[in-house]
Design a binder for this molecule. Sequence first.
Ligand code: ADE
Length: 264
Amino acid sequence: MAPPHDDKAAAEVNDDSTPKRPISNVLFIIAMQTEASPLVNKFQLVEEPESVFPKGVPWVRYYGKYKDLNINIVCPGKDKILGVDSVGTVSASLLTYASIQALQPDLIINAGTAGGFKAKGASIGDVFLASDIAFHDRRIPIPVFDLYGVGSRQAFSTPNLAKELNLKVGKLSTGDSLDMCPQDEAAIVANDATVKDMEGAAIAYVAHLLEVPAIFLKAVTDIIDGDKPTAEEFLQNLAAVTAALDLAAAQVVDFINGKSCSEL
Ligand code: ADE
């Protein structure tokens, strides 16, 4: 048997160390270019000419000022061999680590698409704010390693933001596959997840490691417990749902402007 779960150790708690000064640097981490481009345009950001990242990596950074905020949007960019967006946890954790080191953000916003469970109240186009994030594809059936594999973290708590923007709140489960095998399904149920993505828990892990507040905005492109094939439904809804995600992300930024983390 594993020892009882230490919620305090696992959680990204909002404690006395939460800065009271206004947020100045916001870092968006967005896996797909299609998801990032409308926000880059909305905030009139520019692509950096001299990368802050190591030479040769495909990671892309857009930056600029919006209201009182310095905004950075980083994307993992195109896979160096296959030329598709570098989705998934490996790229996401590397990019998060390097971006925190280079940009010293006050707040991370991981914005992206997700699959949703209609049995848990998700519909296509809904934008969720994740309360908790965990992995569903790291099975290590040895005491304590089992909990390490699940890697549960709490998102930075933002009750005022959720209320003001009327966002749905739910738990997010992360794995490196778009589809869902029976073992993943069992773990997602155990995680009590409403939405499922491919980056969130990796970003939460690094943010927690480096003690940066992180929030997770996830827009539903496909219904996992529905009758349509996931990949088909995802591609069909990607553009329209990205518009909903970007609208919500812009509202989040407007809400954040002038506030400290403890006011969120
Ligand atoms: N992103 C969008 N839909 C997804 C799904 N069903 N699983 C994982 N990531 C997703």
